[in-house]
Design a protein. Structure first.
Lengths: 481, 268
């Protein structure tokens, strides 16, 4: 493996991140040179220097091996998390080393959990930087860099193949170059549309842009301590429900629907399951909390129930109510949603509806095979026959996913965190959801929890974002032939 | 970018820039820190100085009033007024310089009260009833004036006590108001150190990269060329150098190959 090539392309991603830091410094400057201007400018310079240095020595490389591509993607994610801490660390305030790392990882992995007790105390430039990290992370650090930066020939194809999981590539019928462009068009388009709608619904431009970036990246960062509950507006809630639900759909399917292609929203089996789950889950929660007299009208219960369920399933994590106080039935449905999450090929994390549908079909096939041992049963998804290798990978992924949640829970309880907080915190971090229950509920944050628990949760976030095996492989790279 | 010298120069310049940059940052932040510390110390000293001045003025006035009211020493009149003026002027200075003026409200009130009572006494002290004045005038020299003592005890002493308490309160309250500034200073100290630490971490990463690239593109190829050339000279093993060669190192390899090829050709 050529380390210099890995360094070069990780450096390119660093330059891209430095560009966003500079943009945030610009926001800070426009806001009257607030206290974040100098930390952002300094961080931008340091990151740019770090990124540009390998480019002095290493030239462009047309051919990248699979192993190199893998190291570039995972390395870029890890280094991005490190350099994204710089503005927080230099600014100070509530950001200790662990807190800055947590906020940085939470942003880039689009988890949206925070350690900040007073988000509103942050200067505007630093607020924007938080949303910038989450927006970059939503599309994927490397993927985003690939779109913005000049052509990299065959290496672009290799890197995009590594960054996109095989399941996410399923719905695309295009070359890698086009896939990357489709992703950008849908992502930016959805963000712009959402910003305009939120502005029309009563938010100011800054809040509208930040919340749109957060919703499209399915992150859940907010500019307000009370999250979306601060605005207390049914119009804003409705716009965000639609944005979050859309951001949880495969971007290729959205593009196909908009351009009138065959593999559109209405033909996609996974999307139907996803949207059906959102509707049924939201309704059941609404009925449950209305029956428990938590809300005076069914309309209010439906608004909050639907918002919270869509927010957790799409892995966004915005909140309009404190779901800690809801009925056990509503809580368990929300936890189920936090584990399953949205569709592959979206900005969401979690097990993904695709895998859930496939595992359901596998169970049905297993039952049929017991009745008819000689039957040849094909499992299809969206009309495409799935290879045994894919089905095998799905089951391994689900088992590994649940195993890591269990490990996170055990570690949390070992540190003295209560079971509810530990379990739901691990579920929320692994699925890049954000809020859990207990001390990490929708109206709480991670600030009071032990540093060890915070660090463990950042590892879960990275594992979830890099689909588990991505991160594990980097530690076994020496033995990779 | 081509040319080994150019690459290495740019690499080193980056490190120099970073060094300079981190040095400037630490200087800037330490300058802030030093200025804040100086301001806090200055404010602290000034506060003590003003409080002392006020206490001195109040004390001198008190002594003068005792001489005046108890022993009828009219020569203390002007001293009494001068002390009162001094107290008020110092209060005015404190009010102008104070960051938080709320601490001075009770002091200003106590000073005004004292001023009214003292002025009244100085203006109308001699207009007491004829009997009491006669008593006062007929008393033997050196004997205290019982009416004056009564006035001092009943009217003045309590106000004087209130004034000195207000001055002491001003002194301690202003000291406690410095705590948030000291907290801010602590934050500034953190901010002075963090950018430097981050710059140093980035510099270490860059130095490691520079070492790696120098080793990869300069040291290792030259070592390999040297070994291969030695093998050719000693054992006539063909000259081959593997690896990603660039710039002058690549030229050097090609020239060595040319020389070897020329030496292989039979001499005419």
């Amino acid at each position: 493996m050529r380390v210099e090539v890995v360094l070069r392309y990780v450096g390119v991603v660093m330059l891209f991140i430095a560009m966003f830091m500079l943009l945030s410094a610009g926001i800070s400057y426009v806001s009257g040179v607030d206290s974040a201007f100098y930390p952002l400018l300094l961080s931008s310079l340091l990151t740019a220097l770090l990124g540009a240095f390998p480019l002095i020595f290493v030239g462009r490389c047309e051919q990248i091996t699979n192993k190199e591509g893998f190291c570039i993607v995972v390395g870029a994610w890890l280094v991005a998390c490190v350099v994204s801490m710089f503005p927080y660390l230099i600014w100070g305030g509530e950001f200790t080393l662990v807190n800055a790392w947590f906020e940085s990882v939470s942003g880039l992995t689009t988890t949206g959990s925070t350690i900040l007790n007073d988000v509103e105390a942050l200067p505007r430039g630093l607020q924007f930087w938080r949303f910038a990290t989450t927006w970059i992370g939503g599309m994927g650090v490397v993927m985003f860099a690939l779109v913005i930066l000049p052509s990299m020939g065959r290496s672009k194809m290799m890197l995009s193949n590594v960054e996109l999981s095989s399941m996410a590539r399923d719905n695309y019928r295009y070359r890698s170059q086009i896939i990357v462009q489709i992703l950008l068009v849908v992502y930016v388009g959805l963000t712009v549309l959402s910003t305009l709608l939120l502005k029309m619904a009563g938010m100011n431009w800054f809040d509208a842009l930040c919340h749109a970036m957060s919703a499209c990246a399915t992150s859940g960062f907010s500019t307000k301590n009370a999250s979306i509950a601060y605005f207390n507006s049914p119009a804003i809630d409705t716009i965000l429900i639609l944005t979050m639900a859309t951001a949880g759909i495969h971007f290729g399917v959205i593009y196909a629907t908009l351009t009138g292609k065959r593999n559109n929203l209405f033909r996609s089996e996974v999307t139907r399951w996803y949207l059906g789950m959102l509707l049924v889950g939201g309704l059941l929660i609404a009925v449950s909390i209305y029956a428990a007299d938590l809300y005076p009208t069914f309309g209010a219960a439906l608004r909050h129930g639907m918002f919270q369920f869509v927010s957790l399933v799409s892995t966004t994590g915005f909140a309009t109510a404190d779901s800690n106080t809801w009925t056990p039935f509503a809580v368990i449905l929300l936890i189920f949603g936090s584990i399953v999450c949205a569709c592959a090929g979206s900005t969401a994390g979690g097990i993904k509806v695709n895998r859930l549908v496939l595992s359901g079909k596998m169970m049905r096939a297993k039952l049929k095979l017991q009745q008819h041992p000689n039957a040849v049963i094909r499992i299809r998804l969206d009309g495409v026959i799935q290879d045994n290798e894919v089905l095998h990978a799905v089951m391994i992924y689900i088992v590994a996913y649940l195993m890591f949640i269990l490990m996170g829970t055990i570690f949390g309880t070992m540190l003295g965190v209560d079971l509810t907080t530990s379990f739901t915190g691990s579920v929320a971090s692994m699925g890049n959801v954000g809020p859990g229950f207990g001390e990490v509920g929708s109206m709480d944050n991670f600030s009071a929890l032990p540093s060890g628990f915070k660090v463990a949760n950042t590892l879960l976030m990275l594992l979830g974002r890099l689909e588990i095996f991505g991160l594990i492989q980097i530690f076994l790279i020496k033995w990779w032939r | 970018m081509t040319g080994l010298r150019k690459r290495v120069t740019v690499g080193f310049l980056s490190i120099v820039c970073l060094l300079f940059f981190s040095g400037m940052v630490s200087l800037l932040e330490l300058g802030h820190l030093s200025r804040d510390t100086g301001e806090i110390l200055k404010a602290n000293a000034r506060n003590i100085e003003l409080a002392k001045e006020m206490l001195d003025a109040a004390h001198e006035q008190n002594m003068a009033l005792i001489r005046l009211s108890v022993f009828g020493d009219r020569s203390r009149d002007s001293l009494c007024r001068a002390c009162m003026d001094r107290l008020e002027n110092t209060l005015l200075v404190a009010q102008n310089e104070a960051l938080d003026k709320s601490f001075l409200d009770s002091l200003a009130f106590a000073t005004t009260e004292l001023r009214i009572v003292t002025d009244n006494y100085l203006a109308y002290g001699d207009l007491r009833s004829g009997d009491s004045l006669a008593v006062s005038k007929n008393r033997p020299a050196g004997m205290p004036d019982s009416l004056g003592i009564k006035w001092y005890n009943d009217e003045y002493e309590a106000l004087y006590g209130r004034l000195t308490a207000a001055i002491k309160n001003y002194m301690t309250s202003t000291q406690s108001s410095l705590a948030p500034r000291a907290e801010q200073m602590k934050k500034n100290a953190y901010r002075a150190v963090t950018p430097v630490l981050i710059s140093v971490a980035v510099m270490i990463a860059i130095v490691l990269m520079l070492f790696y690239f120098m080793s990869l593109y300069c040291i290792t190829p030259i070592e390999r060329m040297n070994k291969s050339l030695g093998d050719w000279l000693a054992f006539r093993i063909p000259f081959t150098v593997k690896g990603d060669l660039k710039d002058e190192v690549l030229e050097l390899k090609e020239r060595i190959e040319t020389v070897i090829n020329q030496s292989k050709q039979p001499k005419a």
